[in-house]
Structures are given as structure tokens and as C-alpha cells.
Design a protein around this ligand. Structure first.
Ligand SMILES: Nc1ncnc2c1ncn2[C@@H]1O[C@H](COP(=O)(O)OP(=O)(O)O)[C@@H](O)[C@H]1O
Ligand SMILES: [Mg+2]
Length: 451
């Protein structure tokens, strides 16, 4: 008897009816191969039609649904209880959460964890982190406190509660806002420059850099300060990202992947066209073993599950954690490519067990993610068939201000050396000189001597 496995992901944002998400190879091909490879499982996919990573969407509509898995499309308006009812009705052997990203408030994990908790109460086996973990990761100040209390390196930070910071201004008897005074005094004692960011945002949206105390104060007292904020010492170093895959007793943490922009911005825009990522970094200066063991300790403490993304900074020889995104992220297809497994298998392997030991670095290959703005559908498809190319994702980015644009993420991988990776970039750039900027291989090559 096959095991009935429900893989679910909710999403709180509607897609516009003309939005596209074209992936080469298609997501449906990935699902079909997964079903073939995991033939002991009857896979059900319960999702909303607005994600970017689970289904192929053309002009706002599902195209080519995978044949080998059962797809249950939930209504756009469906919330916690509708998901719980639907999954209960399916009566699965296990329900596995796959929280995905969303622009603006990065909160899909809260709903997916709540769905899992409700299902557990009904006696259904689930694989998801606890709601408490979703809450800690959703709120950057809670993340900061959790990490600090448990001995992980974090930037010095001060929390600014928006309501209290502006409280009492209409009280004629008040001699001043004591909360504001206290908070500003704490900020004065931070090392400058500082980064000011909302506690619940994503994709670097709205991040402010203040060079000195006066600039920070000017921003905070202005009407640009619209939400709870965290004011953080700006770390100076090289930024990296990595991912933690699996669940308790089955974690594997990848060594760090370098992230940088070819225009050397301080704040990396993960959706920016000039952002490049590659790795894993295993050279001595990264002391990846130590980092991996610290992050595994963190994963155990948080009881993480599925796919979890981390923003990291290496300052001298000290690793700092900037952020935990307990969800599918912009790094997921890259890390999955390094593991040579489907990103969906990262979730399913929590139930059936991984085929390889991904804690053994021999099983992790070198991969790179670069972005491209142009390219016709034919060109993207052709590119995806080139040797060394893992996938090409063409998608629409919707900014928090509702403006949108399209671009492509290209993942190349399967390399044994960075040199081999750079050669592949050169080759692809020569084949597609109009679409792939010569800056891409040049920027990567410029990094190689320092690795
Ligand atoms: N304390 C910090 N020091 C240096 N850079 C930072 C710091 N905090 C954030 N950044 C920069 O801003 C980016 C986004 O910040 P992050 O905390 O990851 O929020 P989000 O990705 O949710 O917008 C980071 O990837 C990094 O480039
Ligand atoms: Mg981040």
C-alpha cells in the first residue's frame, strides 16, 4: 500500500490575472519525477494558485498540472480552517508543510505551522516546525532575542515599538515620551552606522542605513517610521547565505554560499538583477565545520523543519546570523541543485529518509545563481538545455508598493571546482551575449582568488 503524503503550502497574496511563472524544466516535470522516484508514496499537493515555486502559471492560470501527483488547488481566499478541513478530508498518512515566501509581510509560515498544529490535534501526523518557531522567525526582534539568549553571534540591536515611540503626544500633561527617550538613548550607544529595518519585512524592502546617531533619530521621529523597527549595528564583512534542510535528527546544513552584488551595494537586494550567489564555501577561512555545528545546534533548539534559509555575515573569522527565513527561499533551488536533489525531495525526505548523506560534503557540488533581465521563452528554454544549467525560472516580482517586473533566475551546477563553474559561465555568456551580461562571469572570476 502506498503511503498517502499531503504536501501543502498556503499563500496570503493574490496573483494578478496576467502574471506568469515559467520554469525550465517545468515545476510539473519536477513533481512527476518526484512521484516516479518515490513510488512508495501517493503524493497530494494542496496549494493556492499564487505561489511562485510549486506550479506553472501562465496568464494567472495553472498550465500543465503534474499528472503523477494529485493537485488540490485551494481557493485564493482559503485560510487556516479551509486548509485544515481539506487535508483532514484527504486523511493522509502524513502532511508535510512547505511554507513559501510572500512579498511584504513574510508570514506564510505562521499559517502553515498553525495548519499543522490543528492537524496534529486531530491525530494526523504532520511534519512542520511548531508555531512558536514560526513566530520567532517572523519577527526579527524575537529572532534576535532568541539567538542572543542561546549564545549565537548577532549584531547589537535596539527594538523600537512604533505605538510607544509615538505615544502620549496629545497628552497636555505629559512632559515627554519616556519610552522614546530611553530607546533613543540606547540607540546612541550603538556602534554606527546602523541598519534600520521593520521587524516583519522581507526582501530588503524599506531598509534604511543611518551613518550617525542624528540620521537614525531623524528617520525614527519622522512619519517614514510606520512600523515596529529594529535598529542594528551594521556588520562589516562579506555576506553569505545557507540553508538548513530536514527535521529533528535529520538535519543537514550546507556550508555557506557567497552573496554579493556586482554594484557593491551595502544592503543586498535578493531580487536585484546584479545579485550573484555561489558556493558552497569549504576553504579553511570559512571554518565551515564550526558554522555547520552551530547552525545544527540552532536547528535543534528551534525544532526547524523543511527548508530554512539563513542570512549570514562573516566578519573577520566570526560568523553572525542576520536573519532566519523558515521557508522556501531565493536560495532553495541553488542549495537543492548543490545536493543534486529536487527541492521538493528536501521536504519528502523528512518522511522517507534521504537517499544520500548530505552532511557529507562529498555529496555537495558547486553551483551558482545569476540573474538575467531579458530573454524570449525560446531562448530561456534553450539556455535551460545547455550543459551545466540546472534550471531557469522566469517570474514576476511584485514589490511592496505593488509595482512589478519580470526577470530570470538561472541556476548552474554540478561542478567540482569554482574554475569549472567560471568556465561554464564564460561559455554560456558567449552563447547568449545579448542576454547574459559579461559582468556576471567577470564578477565571479574576480572573487575566485579570495576564496
Ligand atoms: N546588521 C546588519 N549589518 C549589515 N547588513 C545588514 C544588517 N541587517 C541587514 N543587512 C542587509 O540587509 C539585507 C536584508 O536584511 P534582512 O535582515 O535579511 O531582512 P529581509 O531579508 O527580511 O529584508 C541583508 O541581506 C543585508 O544585506
Ligand atoms: Mg534576509
Amino acid at each position: 500500500m502506498k503511503k498517502k503524503v499531503v504536501m501543502f503550502s498556503s499563500n496570503s497574496k493574490r496573483r494578478s490575472s496576467n502574471s506568469n511563472c515559467l520554469v525550465f524544466p517545468k515545476w510539473s516535470e519536477l513533481w512527476n519525477s518526484l512521484a516516479e522516484e518515490y513510488s512508495g508514496c501517493e503524493i497530494w499537493l494542496v496549494v493556492q494558485l499564487n505561489g511562485r515555486y510549486f506550479l506553472d502559471i501562465y496568464n494567472g492560470k495553472l498550465i500543465d498540472p503534474p499528472e503523477a501527483v494529485h493537485v488540490e488547488i485551494m481557493d485564493m481566499e482559503a485560510g487556516l480552517s479551509e486548509f485544515v478541513e481539506k487535508i483532514t478530508e484527504l486523511n493522509p498518512d502524513v502532511a508535510i508543510a512547505m511554507p513559501g515566501p510572500v512579498s511584504g509581510l513574510d508570514w506564510n509560515g505562521l499559517r502553515d505551522a498553525s495548519i499543522a498544529e490543528e492537524l496534529s490535534r486531530r491525530g494526523i501526523r504532520t511534519i512542520c516546525y511548531p508555531l512558536k518557531t514560526a513566530e520567532i522567525c517572523f519577527d526579527k526582534w524575537l529572532t534576535h532575542q532568541f539567538l542572543e539568549e542561546n549564545g549565537f553571534n548577532v549584531a547589537k540591536a535596539v527594538y523600537v515599538h512604533n505605538g510607544l515611540f509615538f505615544a502620549g503626544k496629545d497628552d497636555p500633561h505629559s512632559t515627554g515620551n519616556v519610552y522614546r527617550e530611553t530607546v533613543l538613548n540606547k540607540i546612541k550607544n550603538l556602534p554606527f552606522p546602523v541598519i534600520i529595518k521593520g521587524t516583519t519585512g522581507s526582501a530588503s524592502a524599506g531598509i534604511v542605513v543611518a551613518g550617525c546617531y542624528e540620521e537614525a533619530e531623524e528617520f525614527l521621529v519622522s512619519d517614514r517610521n510606520q512600523e515596529d523597527m529594529i535598529v542594528e549595528e551594521m556588520l562589516h564583512g562579506q555576506e553569505y547565505g545557507t540553508e538548513i534542510h530536514g527535521c529533528r535528527g535529520r538535519f543537514n546544513v550546507l556550508p555557506p554560499f557567497m552573496k554579493f552584488t556586482t554594484d557593491n551595494e551595502d544592503v543586498i537586494d535578493p531580487l536585484g538583477l546584479t545579485t550573484l550567489k555561489f558556493g558552497p564555501m569549504t576553504g579553511e577561512k570559512y571554518h565551515a565545520d564550526e558554522l555547520i555545528s552551530e547552525l545544527t545546534r540552532m536547528a535543534e533548539l528551534m525544532d526547524l523543519c523543511g527548508n530554512n534559509n539563513l542570512d549570514l555575515m562573516l566578519c573577520g573569522d566570526k560568523w553572525y546570523i542576520i536573519e532566519i527565513n523558515a521557508r522556501w527561499s531565493g536560495l532553495t533551488t541553488l542549495t537543492a541543485c548543490s545536493e543534486d536533489r529536487s527541492p521538493y525531495a528536501v521536504y519528502l525526505d523528512q518522511y522517507v529518509g534521504a537517499k544520500k548523506d548530505y552532511t557529507d560534503l562529498k555529496n555537495i557540488r558547486i553551483a551558482c545563481n545569476f540573474k538575467m533581465s531579458g530573454g524570449s521563452e525560446q531562448m530561456l528554454e534553450k539556455l535551460s538545455r545547455e550543459e551545466g544549467v540546472d534550471s531557469v525560472i522566469h517570474y514576476q516580482i511584485i514589490r511592496p508598493d505593488e509595482s512589478s517586473y519580470y526577470f530570470n533566475d538561472v541556476i548552474i551546477g554540478g561542478f567540482d571546482s569554482f574554475e569549472e563553474m567560471a568556465d561554464t559561465l564564460d561559455r554560456l555568456q558567449k552563447i547568449f551575449p545579448e542576454e547574459i551580461s559579461a559582468d556576471v562571469p567577470a564578477a565571479i572570476r574576480a572573487k575566485l582568488p579570495e576564496l
